[in-house]
Design a protein around this ligand. Structure first.
Ligand SMILES: [Zn+2]
Length: 386
């Protein structure tokens, strides 16, 4: 088969413990006034802000509580323009990074986020490159530091949709595992399983390519080994480094090879219920793998995705004889061990199934799934995850 692919990523990536201390010098070369986007605990960014000010970069702080919504982007954009910011730095979990990425795009493009949003907006292309953007994740994670989209919630539409564009890729990503050392256990678990999902879905999906396969294989192996360790001991620096590495690899893979049904469901679930993205993905993962394998065996038994699911199982279990179903068992067991709650914990009930199935079928991530699932199969996934 002919080998073709396109691969694009963040211009510069700094990885390793202590790398966050290199941000001020890098930022000073990009702008004079930075919008500093943080999560709900802005005080954690105090050392970074002090370093930036010392390097001659003025800081305008902007804290994002919860997952970013369209209205928050409008507010942040007004603030960034009033403060005459020429640079955006985001330090935090996926929500802060996505908020910063959206704000960097809106700083150079006129109009409203809805002009550019997929699915619920007008979906116009972003005409101008984003303002320089530095992404510093503090979870491992979403991989958002190397992706070209920002997921925004629209409470009005009860769904999440993306701002997307090649020019939204950050100028610099700083992946410093030290920043993840203090993460609460539940966040470690849900973001870690999101990272694993973001390695598996690109690998089995229809857009997998030779380059993203390398990232997925390495990342799945690392995450499988590190997830139980990081759960047992959040201070395990080697395990934290492995998870930061796996998360970065997942971002590189998904940005260039797409996702699948887990993320297809995660979009409407995140829009309709107060479920953190990672927790929703984790609850869906074993059921989605099981249904995908069942659908492939029934309708596409010669699909290469079946062999890929077997390889995923070998990487997860470390067993050379593992078959595809062993991967289902392994993911179900790790969700149990890491105390991932079922979706009903966030208020999802049987009555929501028809609407969730309808919305998931339209989600952009669903396009990457290894096989087109029937409404019946989609129901089976969500029923299992509730
Ligand atoms: Zn995800």
């Amino acid at each position: 088969m002919a080998m073709t692919f396109e691969f694009a990523t963040t211009a510069r990536i700094l990885f390793g413990e202590g790398k966050v201390r290199e941000v001020p010098a890098a930022a000073a070369a990009m702008g004079r006034r930075a919008l500093v986007v943080t999560g709900g605990s802005p005080e954690r960014a105090a050392p970074l802000v002090a370093g930036l000010e010392a390097a001659g970069v003025a800081c305008a702080p902007f804290a994002v509580a919860g997952e970013p919504a369209i209205e928050m982007v409008r507010r942040g954009n007004e603030y960034a323009r009033a403060e005459r910011c020429d640079l955006v730095i985001a330090i935090g979990g996926g929500s802060a990074i996505d908020a910063g990425k959206a704000l960097a795009a809106m700083l150079t493009n006129s109009g409203d986020p809805l002009d550019y949003l997929e699915v619920i907006g007008r979906g116009q292309p972003l005409g101008h490159a984003s303002a320089p953007f530095i992404a510093i994740p503090t979870t491992a994670g979403t991989g958002s530091e190397v992706t070209r989209n920002a997921v925004l919630a629209s409470p009005q539409h009860r769904v999440k949709a993306s701002l997307r564009g090649a020019s939204m890729l950050p100028k610099l990503a700083v992946v410093d595992p030290e920043l993840t050392l203090g993460l609460p256990r539940a966040v470690t678990a849900s973001t870690g399983l999101d990272a694993l999902t973001q390695l598996i879905e690109p690998y089995v999906g229809v857009r997998a390519n030779a380059m993203t396969d390398l990232f997925s294989v390495e990342g799945i192996r690392r995450a499988a080994g590190a997830l139980p360790r990081v759960w047992e001991d959040g201070g395990d620096r080697q395990a934290r480094t492995d998870m930061a590495w796996a998360s970065l690899l997942g971002g590189l893979a998904l940005a260039n090879a797409g996702l699948g049904a887990v993320h297809g469901f995660a979009a409407p679930i995140g829009g309709m219920f107060p479920a953190p993205h990672g927790a929703a993905c984790a609850a869906l993962l074993p059921h989605t793998i099981a249904v995908n394998i069942q659908a492939l065996r029934a309708r596409a038994p010669s699909s290469p995705a079946l062999g890929r699911y077997a390889e995923v199982a070998r990487l997860l279990t470390g067993g050379s004889q593992a078959n595809a179903e062993d991967g289902v068992r392994w993911t179900a067991e790790i969700c149990k061990k890491l105390e991932i709650p079922p979706l009903r914990a966030y208020g999802v009930s049987e009555a929501d199934i028809p609407l969730l199935v309808e919305k998931a079928a339209q989600a952009s991530s669903m396009m990457g799934n290894p096989i087109v699932l029937t409404p019946q199969e989609l129901r089976q996934i969500i029923k299992g995850a509730i």
